[in-house]
Design a protein around this ligand. Structure first.
Ligand code: IMP
Ligand code: MG
Length: 425
C-alpha cells in the first residue's frame, strides 16, 4: 500500500517541482514548496477519505468491495481511521518533503507518514498495549538492550502511563537467563525504578519464539523473569495444535532447509529447537546473500504448504472455520532464516488476552472477551516487507508501526509521548 501512496504523490512532484530553479532563488523555492505541500496534503486527505469509506464497509457484509479494496486487494483490516493529512503536515515540518526539487516523496517518506497517522489515531486515550519486536526495533540486529539505550527511559515512561508492554520477538529460548541476556538493560531499569509501582512493573511480558515462550516479570529472580507454563496462556486455538503435528512440521521444514543449503551451497548450518528450525551462517561472521535467504524462505513456505501440515496464512483473529494444519512463520531474519511455530499475530493475541484477563479479573474461557482490542494495541517492528515478514503478521490483530532502526523507534516513542501529553493538557 505504501507503494501506491508513493505513486499518487509522484504526480504533483512532476508537475510542481522546479528542478531548473536557480540556486539561491529562495522565493521561488518557497512558492514551489507551498504549492507542492498543498497538493500533497490534498492527496493525503483523499486517501484518508477512501480509508474512511473502506472502514465503513468492512464493518458490514457488503457484496461490493470498497474502492480501496479494489485498488489494493491485499489491504488488511483497519482498526482505526488514519488522519493522513495531519500526519503528512507533521512529517513535512520534520522532513521538508515539499521543499525537495529533485527527490520525489519516497517509500520511507510515506512509511513515516503512515506511522505518524497511526500514532495520532491511538493517542486519544485508546492505547492500552504496545508490543515491540526485538532485533532492529529495540537494538541492532543480534545485539542486546544495554543500560545506556535511549529506548529504556521511553519504555519506562509507557509503563508509568499504565500502558502494557509486550516484547514479541522471534528469538526463541526456553530459559529466562537467555532473555535476560538480551533485555537486561530494560529489566534492571524496571527493577531499580522507584517511581513505578509493583502493578506497573508487572505490566511487561516477554513473548519469545514469536508465540512459543511467555515470561512475566519476577522481581525475586536474578533474571527478573519467570516462565509462565503454556497451559496458563495458550489460546484455545493454540492449545489444539498437536505436539505430533508440530514435530512433523518442523521435520519437513528442516529437510527443506537442508535441501536449500545443499542446492545453493549456502555457508550455513541447521539449528533445530523445540519450536523452531533455522539456518544460521557458518562461520557466524559470514553474510549469506539476501537473494539466497529470500529463496530459502519461499522454498520452505511452499513445501510446508504442499505438505498439508502447515497453515501459513492462518493468523490469529481470523475465525476457526475450515482450519487444518499448524500455523507457522518462515522468515528472512536479515542474516538467517527461521521457521517458527505460530507467528506474531498469535504472540500479540496472547499478550492481549494475558493483560485483558488480568485487568478483567477473570480466568478461563472468556479470555477472548476481556482481551485488549486491536484498536487499543500497537505493534512496532521492522519486518513488513522481506520474505515471510514476521512483524507484518501482527497487522491482523492490531495497529502497527513500521520502523527501520532503533533510532526510528526512539523518534516514534517521542512522537507518541508528545501527542499523549498534548491531548492530556
Ligand atoms: P526479532 O527481530 O526480535 O523478531 O528476532 C529475529 C531474530 O531472532 C532472527 O533473525 C534470528 O536471528 C533470531 N532467533 C533466535 N532464535 C530464533 C528462533 O527460535 N526463531 C526465530 N528467530 C530466532
Ligand atoms: Mg526484528
Amino acid at each position: 500500500m505504501t507503494t501506491r501512496y508513493r505513486g499518487l504523490l509522484a504526480v504533483p512532484f512532476v508537475l510542481y517541482s522546479q528542478p531548473t530553479g536557480v540556486f539561491g532563488d529562495d522565493t521561488n523555492v518557497a512558492k514551489m514548496a507551498e504549492e507542492a505541500h498543498r497538493r500533497y496534503a490534498e492527496i493525503m486527505r483523499d486517501v484518508e477519505l477512501m480509508i474512511d469509506d473502506h472502514i465503513a464497509r468492512q464493518n458490514q457484509d457488503r457484496v461490493f468491495p470498497s474502492k480501496l479494496g479494489m485498488l489494493v486487494p491485499t489491504a488488511g483490516p483497519f482498526f482505526t481511521r488514519l488522519p493522513l493529512e495531519a500526519a503528512f503536515k507533521y512529517q513535512d515540518r520534520k522532513r521538508y518533503m515539499s521543499s525537495r526539487r529533485y527527490v520525489a516523496p519516497s517509500f520511507n517518506d510515506v512509511r513515516l507518514v503512515l506511522n505518524s497517522a497511526q500514532i495520532m489515531a491511538v493517542t486519544n486515550g485508546a492505547l492500552q498495549l504496545a508490543t515491540f519486536d526485538g532485533d532492529v526495533t529495540l537494538y541492532d540486529d543480534g545485539q542486546s538492550l544495554e543500560p545506556s539505550s535511549p529506548i529504556i527511559p521511553r519504555l519506562l515512561d509507557l509503563l508509568r502511563k499504565n500502558i502494557k508492554i509486550g516484547i514479541v520477538t522471534a528469538a526463541g529460548y526456553t530459559t529466562a537467563d537467555r532473555y535476560y541476556g538480551r533485555l537486561h538493560g530494560l529489566l534492571d531499569a524496571i527493577a531499580d525504578s522507584t517511581d513505578l509501582d509493583p502493578v506497573q512493573k508487572q505490566n511487561i511480558v516477554i513473548m519469545g519464539g514469536e508465540a512459543n515462550y511467555l515470561f512475566e516479570y519476577e522481581p525475586s529472580s536474578p533474571y527478573r523473569l519467570a516462565p509462565v507454563p503454556r497451559p496458563e496462556w495458550l489460546t484455545p486455538d493454540m492449545a489444539a495444535w498437536s505436539e505430533a503435528e508440530i514435530m512433523a512440521l518442523l521435520d519437513v521444514a528442516e529437510s527443506a532447509l537442508r535441501d536449500c543449503v545443499r542446492t545453493m551451497n549456502l555457508p550455513a548450518i541447521i539449528v533445530r529447537k523445540d519450536r523452531a528450525v533455522g539456518i544460521v551462517p557458518n562461520p557466524p561472521e559470514i553474510r549469506i546473500a539476501r537473494e539466497s535467504l529470500e529463496e530459502t524462505v519461499l522454498v520452505v513456505q511452499r513445501i510446508l504448504e504442499l505438505s498439508a501440515l502447515g497453515a501459513p496464512s492462518q493468523q490469529a483473529g481470523q475465525g476457526a472455520q475450515g482450519r487444518r494444519g499448524v500455523p507457522f512463520c518462515a522468515f528472512n531474519g536479515g542474516r538467517d532464516v527461521f521457521v517458527d511455530i505460530g507467528d506474531k499475530s498469535w504472540g500479540v493475541t496472547v499478550c492481549q488476552q494475558w493483560f485483558g484477563r488480568r485487568s478483567g479479573g477473570t480466568t478461563g474461557a472468556d479470555a477472548a472477551l476481556t482481551a485488549i482490542k486491536g484498536e487499543n494495541t500497537l505493534h512496532v517492528g521492522d519486518q513488513f516487507l522481506s520474505a515471510g515478514s514476521n512483524d507484518f503478521k501482527a497487522r491482523s490483530v492490531g495497529t502497527t508501526a513500521w520502523i527501520a532502526s532503533p533510532a526510528e523507534t526512539v523518534e516514534l516513542l517521542d512522537e507518541l509521548a508528545d501527542l499523549m501529553q498534548k491531548k492530556l493538557s
